[in-house]
Write a protein that binds this ligand. Structure first.
Ligand code: NAD
Length: 549
């Protein structure tokens, strides 16, 4: 689960109820709760004034306030903080009125248990995000800021600028799936965002993560547009996501979730419309379920509806390792351009999933010494070098890196600041920020993840002379081989691994050369140059197609 803490204000004057609720909050929640308990409204209002509350659990009948008056005073003290009413059996009608008046939910104290309370808190917070700040994610702000910076350099026509700032099509769904006990039904939010429909079908991964929101998915769809255009692939950008922690779901739960999500977005996906692929938290098995669900609906097998599927179902050779492999092709080209001898270099890799683990493998193959790696569970440091094969074997058995012998444990924050030649970011967004950018000590920073460097950090790193391989260039190997997979699927033919890797390398190195040329000609950093390459192509296509009607 997320390590985010929910700050709960419990306003309840019955000491027995207060004690029970406090115990449930301390022991039975999926999210970690930090609880402040008070028994009078005045104390609750005082606590809200301090501003450190995410959610209020509220008894409406208190010694110093009664009925809806209690809710109104809480709401006027903190209008943005959601309120869940705690009610007795006698007061259910009053609680229902409270929900009409703006409370998020109510719970019957006499039937209260951990599951109900946990749900009420999680869903209330999810609804608040859905209603309010869905678009307002740091990741979306980053994608928009990067675009605006490039647009400024390009002197982009303002009509096009406005058009490209927000996605063209967005679908938000909320859907249920059974947990394995068949007693619980979990309801989650899902998204599919198509940023630009001008270039051909849209293309982009599906992410399962507990922090996914509309803004994140929109940001990732935007980056996909620039990435596909930079690689000259005939796609616009898209992305999907489900706000769920896949690590706590069984395989059968994951399958039910995936099939229902696919059914919810089925009208807007298809081999000529929008073609999903794996991203964080999803893999080739998930793609097989998406393909099967889609195929069942249309009545025949449609392998080209997804990419990144297993080879036996029409997946492409080399797709699984394509992002990591492509990143290393670009690292090799960048190292040559700046005169860095990779055979004598050290590398640090953050994230040891699909992208990070293959990147580590190919870097080790290119002669680099991998001195540190990390995943969500731990960071591992060994200045003498880690064996990537041993790490891969360990993760295959244990799922995560925690517990791996022959290395010193370090935090993810420490790992980023290690002295090394090549730092590969292959986990999450927002990892290098204004806060730690001064302490990053690599020569070459390679972005396997999407959006791992904030705009302020970018500027600090550029000033300090750190060479950055931006995400839309560095991690484009995945979508490029996805394109090959789609082409093979449409034509029912199979390319060999050598053919795939040869074409992949040619496309990536061509994009790298164009980006570098533009950066040199216009005195730009590599990210802005790469964005301009992509944006210019989309702009040209938009102008040629014209405006309907
Ligand atoms: P994955 O789920 O296979 O792996 C993610 C890795 O990051 C895991 O090792 C996980 O433990 C680790 N991680 C999660 N939270 C972390 C944290 N707080 N600190 C350190 N490590 C953490 O995902 P992936 O497919 O490898 O994707 C990684 C990144 O690469 C994402 O940003 C994704 O959008 C991007 N990307 C992936 C592909 C692809 O083909 N899979 C293509 C382009 C870009």
């Amino acid at each position: 689960m997320s390590d985010q803490t929910v700050r709960v204000l419990l306003v309840e004057d019955n000491p027995l109820h207060a004690k029970l609720i406090q115990r449930l909050l301390d022991t039975e929640m999926q999210l970690r709760c930090e609880v402040v308990a008070v028994d009078r409204l005045a104390d609750g209002l005082g606590q809200l004034e301090r501003g450190a509350t995410d959610l209020v659990l509220l008894d409406l009948i208190l010694p110093d306030s009664q009925e809806l008056e209690t809710l109104f005073r809480i709401r006027s003290a903190a209008p943005d903080v959601p309120v869940v009413i705690l009610t007795g059996l006698d007061d259910v009608k009053l609680a229902a009125h409270a929900v009409e008046a703006g409370a998020s939910d109510f719970l019957l104290k006499t039937r209260l248990n951990g599951v109900a309370l946990d749900r009420a808190i999680r869903y209330t917070l999810a609804r608040k995000r859905a209603h309010g700040g869905e678009w307002d994610s740091p990741m979306f702000r980053l994608a928009q800021q990067q675009f605006l910076k490039a647009a400024q350099f390009m002197n982009l026509d303002d009509n096009i600028r406005q058009r490209l700032l927000f996605p063209q099509r967005t679908q938000v769904v909320s859907f249920p799936f059974f947990r394995d006990d068949r007693a619980q039904v979990e309801t989650v939010f899902g998204y599919r965002v198509q940023h630009v429909l001008t270039m051909g079908p849209t293309k982009g991964g599906i992410r399962y993560h507990e922090d996914v929101d509309l803004g994140d998915v929109a940001a990732l769809a935007t980056l996909m547009t620039w990435k596909c255009a930079l690689m000259r692939l005939p796609f616009g950008g898209a992305k999907g996501g489900v706000r769920v922690d896949p690590t706590v779901l069984s395989k059968t739960e994951l399958q039910r979730l995936t099939r229902r999500y696919t059914a919810e977005i089925i009208d807007i996906i298809g081999p000529d419309k929008d073609i999903p692929a794996p991203d964080m938290g999803t893999d080739e098995q998930v793609m097989a379920w998406v393909m099967d669900t889609y195929s069942q609906q249309v009545g025949h097998a449609v392998p080209a509806v997804v990419t990144g599927k297993p080879v036996v179902l029409g997946g492409s050779l080399g797709r699984k390792e394509a992002t990591g492999r492509g990143l290393v092709y670009v690292i090799e080209a960048a190292a040559e351009a700046i005169g860095l001898d990779l055979a004598k270099s050290t590398a640090v890799v953050q994230g040891f999933g699909n992208v990070g683990s293959f990147a580590a493998r190919f870097l080790a193959g290119a002669g680099l010494k991998i001195i540190a790696v990390s995943d969500v569970s731990i960071g591992l440091y060994n200045p003498a070098g880690l064996s990537v094969n041993a790490l891969l074997e360990y993760v295959a058995k244990n799922r995560v890196l925690a517990g791996f012998p022959d290395a010193e444990p370090i935090s993810n924050a420490e790992l980023l600041e290690l002295e090394c030649d090549v730092l590969v970011l292959a986990a999450l967004q927002n990892q290098v920020t204004a806060e730690n950018a001064e302490r990053i000590k690599c020569q070459l920073l390679a972005e396997g993840a999407n959006g791992p460097t904030t705009l302020e950090a970018d500027e600090i790193l550029n000033e300090r002379g750190v060479h950055i391989i931006p995400d839309i260039l560095g991690n484009a190997g995945g979508v490029t081989v996805s394109y090959f997979e789609w082409v093979q699927g449409l034509q029912n033919l199979t390319w060999t691994l050598d053919e795939i890797n040869y074409r992949l390398k040619a496309i990536l190195l061509d994009a790298f050369a164009r980006t570098r040329r533009r950066a040199e000609d216009d005195q730009l950093d590599l990210r802005t140059a790469a964005l301009i390459e992509g944006i210019a192509r989309v702009t040209q296509a938009k102008l040629l197609r014209g405006l309907f009607p």
